[in-house]
Design a protein around this ligand. Sequence first.
Ligand code: NAI
Length: 306
Amino acid sequence: MAVGDFVRDKVVLVTGAGGGIGRDFALALAREGARVVVNDIGASVNGEGQDLTRAQGVVDEITALGGVAVANGDSVADWEAANRMVKQAVDAFGRIDCVINNAGILRDRFFHNMNIDEWRAVIDVHLNGAFYVSRAAAPYFKSQESGSYIHMVSTSGLIGNLGQANYSAAKLGIVALSKSIAMDMARFNVRSNCISPFAWSRMIGSMPTETPEQQARVERLQKMETSKIAPLAVFLASDAAAKVSGQIFAVRANEIFLMSQIRPLRAMHTAEGWTPQSVAERVLPALKPSFYALDRSQDVFDWDPV
Ligand code: NAI
């Protein structure tokens, strides 16, 4: 492998790195000189089952290419296990410099039919998992006064999507978690950023292809390779990103976006105070032109990936 120096000797824990986007992170990081802990429980897309050969397979690929990596088969959705994977990084390589919270599952269902197990499973892996793994690494980052967190989020949360209340809520929760970490740990030079990827992985590979419109959409999506997300992640793990924190990026094939963050859009005020009547008569007409439609991700990103 052509080895670069962008993250030379940094120790990076990538969760859910046994396949998809995370595998490409692990390979790209190793190629740029990082030592990588490849975590993956080896679950199905909906989070069932366990296959420890998945993480080991990526470690074998990295080793065959001349890189350095170890495998971890723990679940991010377990606080003790999250501590074990961080400790494994420190035991194997003496330190930890970057955590990439990438592990993920889906349990899609319309909100009115979603059951408690579907809600909890998705919140556990995404939101709780991101907290557990980040929190487990925090004492190391604090004491060495450096560290980079990278969290994978989704336009399902940033914009919206049907049938993903659990996933959308978890992902937007991670955005707030990332901002909180960025603020709380800035005093220790610790950075935290989000990446919202678009990539053809098994996670979106089960989309229906019955109508010509659906077929065209899937063909467009297949152009968005998982490896296209890695350059931004490697950059964010590196010292070249020393000033980058609290941001939300999106990556879609060769496009990289900086996403907006929520700020007041329009305001109305009155010296007398509002009544329901005056809200209806004066506030609604003033604010209504700025209301957001019930947009889904594809309504906002409505052009072909570049
Ligand atoms: P993927 O399904 O290929 O990879 C997710 C990996 O996480 C799997 O290998 C799975 O075994 C692992 N995993 C699941 N539960 C785990 C647990 N409890 N502990 C450890 N590992 C676990 O999916 P993909 O597409 O590579 O997704 C990566 C991340 O990007 C996820 O967080 C996903 O939500 C996010 N994302 C992906 C998008 C896409 O277009 N592919 C769009 C938006 C977000």
